[in-house]
Design a protein around this ligand. Structure first.
Ligand code: ZN
Length: 135
């Protein structure tokens, strides 16, 4: 029988043990889970807090440099500061996202206005041509 390996989900942090990589699919996110570079028994010997910390570090290591900067190792042990920084960053991104949506909305509106004007000009041109032809 094959040994169990430890897998975790990058999206939600869920972890579980499987024999085969193809079985390692997160039941919540339905995405492939990542293999952890630790023996099953070593992982089992850790307490829940240590497992959490290890998986947190894995998730951070495999994420963007922005996340890595916010979640510098020293802050991982200061949950208060980490939570505050993450909350601030989420708020900043929300504001930025809203601004981008407004810009896209404005661009759509401008394009529609331009199209309408173009149509109007075409119609006027058609009418002028029609008048010319009758004269
Ligand atoms: Zn998941």
């Amino acid at each position: 029988m094959r040994d169990l390996s430890v897998y975790y989900c990058r999206s939600c942090g869920y972890y579980a043990y499987y024999q085969l990589p193809r079985h390692a699919v997160c039941p919540k996110c339905e995405t492939a889970m990542q293999l952890m570079d630790i023996r099953y028994q070593d992982f089992m010997d850790l307490d829940y807090e240590e497992r959490d910390r290890l998986i947190c570090q894995e998730i951070i290591r495999s994420s963007s440099t922005l996340v890595q900067r916010i979640c510098a190792p020293s802050k991982l042990y200061n949950q208060r500061e980490l939570t505050a920084r993450l909350t601030k960053e989420v708020l900043r991104l929300e504001a930025e996202n809203k601004k981008l949506e407004e810009t896209v909305e404005w661009m759509h509106q401008t394009i529609w206005d331009q199209l309408r004007k173009t149509k109007e000009l075409e119609r006027e041109l058609e009418q002028l041509r029609g008048t010319d032809a009758r004269e």
